[in-house]
Design a protein around this ligand. Structure first.
Ligand code: SF4
Length: 183
């Protein structure tokens, strides 16, 4: 039986290899773009547009969340003890909610293709979201596909971003500060 899965997508480049991997495992994948922590708005739009260009080319059905609640998002990142855990939790909870509303019982995220993200925190955020919304989080370590994602995104001519997403991570890349969500 084909299993459906909702794939939270942080960006098109990371999604390339993850989609390949999930399809090879026999999943029927629907993508979900929800990343309000990408700052500034021009960068958010650039990553969103890259997904909009790439997804139809690979036949991936998509759900887009294009709202940009900047004040609320900055507040969330500043209020939590660990901004990356808050950011992961927000994205996983929303993905789980969408999965539940659309009758898809399983969800996962492209965030786990990155060797830089803290997979323990991501898994915890996914498991919490799973409990709240009654759908299953599938943690899979996609890091082995990281190099493949670079190859695929380069050959597709996709925009590759130079920092994780939020304004703090944009600063941190220049000052060489490790984010609280990095391994
Ligand atoms: S560094 Fe990345 S994961 Fe951490 S808060 Fe910023 S956008 Fe979210």
């Amino acid at each position: 039986m084909i299993r459906k899965i909702l794939l939270h997508m942080c960006c098109a480049p990371c999604a390339t290899a993850v989609l390949e991997d999930l399809r090879a495992d026999g999943f029927e994948v629907t993508g979900y773009f929800y990343n309000p922590s990408i700052h500034p708005w021009k960068e958010f739009k650039r990553r969103l547009d890259a997904v909009k260009e790439w997804a139809p080319a690979v036949g991936l059905p998509m759900i887009y969340h294009e709202e940009y609640p900047l004040e609320k998002n900055i507040r969330m990142l500043l209020e939590g003890e660990n901004r990356c855990f808050s950011c992961f939790s927000d994205r996983m909870e929303r993905t789980a909610e969408i999965a539940s509303n659309t009758g898809i019982e399983l969800f996962t995220s492209t965030l786990s293709v990155s060797p830089y993200q803290n997979h323990v925190l991501l898994q915890k955020a996914g498991d919490n979201a799973s409990e709240i919304h009654g759908v299953q989080f599938m943690y899979k370590d996609f890091r082995k596909s990281y190099r493949r994602s670079i190859e695929l995104s380069r050959s597709a001519g996709l925009y590759r971003q130079p920092y994780c997403g939020c304004i703090f991570s944009e600063r941190d890349r220049y000052l060489k500060i490790k984010s609280p969500g990095e391994m």
